[in-house]
Design a protein around this ligand. Sequence first.
Ligand code: GLY
Length: 382
Amino acid sequence: MSLLHRPDRPRVAIIGGGIIGMAIGWRLAQGGASVDIFDRASAGQGATRAAAGMLAAGVEAEPGEQRLLPLCLESQARWPGFAAELEALTGMQVGLRTEGTLVVASTRDEVELLRSNYEFQRGLGLDLVWLSGAAAKEKEPFLNPRTAAGVFSAKDGQVDNRLAAAALRVALERTGARLHEGVDVTGLDVQGGRATGVVLGDRVVPADSVVLAAGAWSRLVPGQASPPPVRPVKGQMMSLAMDPANPLLSHVVWAPKCYLVPRADGTLIIGATTEEKGFDAQMTAGGVLALLDAAWRALPGVEELPVKEMWVGHRPGCRDDAPILGPAAGLEGLVLATGHHRNGILLAPLTADAIADLVLTGRVDPHIAPFGAGRFDAARAA
Ligand code: GLY
């Protein structure tokens, strides 16, 4: 993409104030752009707040997602620097934890599946270690005594996504970017076949570039020639309160049908259902039952813990479960940074660097080159 005019201080409008929009805004402001971010509700309160913050490129690598792996690994590698920079700028902690992630299995079927995933992931060059049940329980003594096997990934960890979002808000302020909340973008201003700003009802905010980072809502922003094929994928989650001095768990644990994420303050996050229910935001009895049953099978001590919170989030799911990063098809001046599905928190640092670079210089970072919007046109033509 190219900027028609290359003003000294390009004006960039970002639609969406989740972790992706805020991180891009921060990087753009650092690069000298004049940045306005528009969020239909409150920044960081959608999928960003709902997430568990797992940085798990290794154990989450699934058959069929091999192309996504280098993107995930590179962004995971950038998290420590991203977190340190954010913490230094804001004086706030973002809860990056690097003690590793454990995947566990109990029944014979579960162990077979774990073994098959482990072999697939090892085949991709990932640094994972097979553990006996006893070795898994040595790492996490409160696991179900029936735990029969585990896989340990030293490089997978977590960040506290809610703290990271709070720090990004402050980073935006400190770098002079403007966050506009409770503001609906009602259209794109298009002149001469180019996006020249965003429309807010009867007002136009002019911009040299527009970035669409509206997560699951991206397809619904009016005025796009070719809306990205992103849909909401509902996830129900909950959290329990552990004693922070004696937590039941210290690593992120993936068990059959749930994951468990312990925070430093004793919060234990249990996630998540995966449901095709559009923007439905109801917690259901079945969802809670499934989460608690899976958590209890892995970590029986959860039955004693107070319930802290329950919530629903909407992952921005794309047809091939990969994000859409790059110039929009058919509309100069519009850049897409959406469709991060299960990986929005993980992919924030790399997305921010690459999209800011694209907007400021026109360069398409090789990491994001395979994830342009054009791949869907190619699929349609085939
Ligand atoms: N990345 C975890 C989830 O989407 O539930």
